[in-house]
Design a protein around this ligand. Structure first.
Ligand code: ADP
Length: 271
């Protein structure tokens, strides 16, 4: 499974990415984390990025694209990945498209966590308080002033990616204002609906025991539709893009998903 998580600071990308990593054994690629590690290790990239990050600006595209390109060549990428914090601009998205094409990797979906901006400051304040309580070092860019700069940068530079991926029929929007648990369940549900998860993962996500269907010595793949019949029904596709999922809009879960609905579940990375 190869995914991008999209959402403003405080939308829960990191939390949900971690949960996806645990559930599916895919790798989280967080450019923020990679850059923070480079800053801590005082590498040449870290020295360039340090002040930009502290001020809430964006590190130049060539640097982050280079980091991601190198990381995609690592052997653990065959497990699948979740990109968190990248791409952050349309040029980065175009660069990623080129990289994936060159490396023969196909993206399954882009998950947008949609949240009310008014809630973000409070969320980040809670994150800071929790980090202090755990005795962890607080991020230098988690101050109200820098956060408002990060948000402004999200609005002007990153939000256009919603349109970019919606046009390419890759976008799935989830209501990020629900509880953490609920958001996770919603993500699993829409991934199952588009067939990005194999049948075993669908069952695991629902807490059901896996059943092995074996025919002529080989496990038989189930399509998302058949997996849906076996348990919770898979929702109908939405006809239009720009929809948000949530408890009150289950049937509207998927955007631009004509292609998705017909696609059988993938098991292996091509890379
Ligand atoms: P956030 O919680 O704001 O999403 P991240 O941990 O993803 O924060 O990133 C922290 C900082 O690292 C950003 O404010 C930015 O300076 C830098 N950064 C991370 N990813 C990118 C990227 N794709 N392009 C440019 N800068 C980035």
């Amino acid at each position: 499974m190869r995914l991008i998580l999209l959402g403003p600071p405080g939308s829960g990308k990191g939390t949900q990415a971690q949960r996806l990593v645990h559930r599916y054994g895919i790798v989280q690629l967080s450019t923020g984390e990679m850059l923070r590690a480079a800053v801590a290790a005082q590498t040449p990239i870290g020295l360039k990025a340090k002040d930009i990050m502290a001020g809430g600006g964006l590190v130049p595209d060539d640097i982050v694209v280079g980091i991601i390109s190198d990381r995609l060549d690592e052997p653990d990428m065959v497990k699948g990945f979740i990109l968190d914090g990248f791409p952050r601009t349309v040029p980065q998205a175009q660069a990623l498209d080129d990289l994936l094409k060159k490396k023969h990797i196909k993206l399954d979906a882009v998950i947008e966590l949609r949240v009310n901006e008014s809630a973000l400051l409070a969320r980040v304040e809670t994150r800071v308080a929790e980090m202090i309580a755990r005795g962890e070092e607080v991020r230098v860019d988690d101050t109200p002033e820098v956060l408002s700069k990060r948000l402004a940068s999200y609005r002007s530079l990153t939000e256009p990616l919603i349109h970019y991926y919606s046009e390419r029929r890759k976008l799935l929007t989830v209501d990020g204002m629900m509880t953490i648990e609920h958001v996770t369940r919603e993500i699993h549900r829409i991934l199952a609906a588009i067939g990005a998860m194999d049948a075993k993962s669908v069952k695991k996500a629902r807490g059901e025991a896996p059943t092995r269907v074996v025919k002529a010595g080989r496990p038989v793949k189930k399509t998302a539709k058949r997996a849906g019949k076996a348990g919770k029904p898979v929702p109908k596709r939405a006809k239009k893009s720009g929809r948000t999922t949530g408890p009150g809009s289950k049937a509207k879960a998927i955007e631009g998903s004509k292609k998705f609905a017909k696609k059988p579940p993938k098991k292996r990375a091509k890379a």
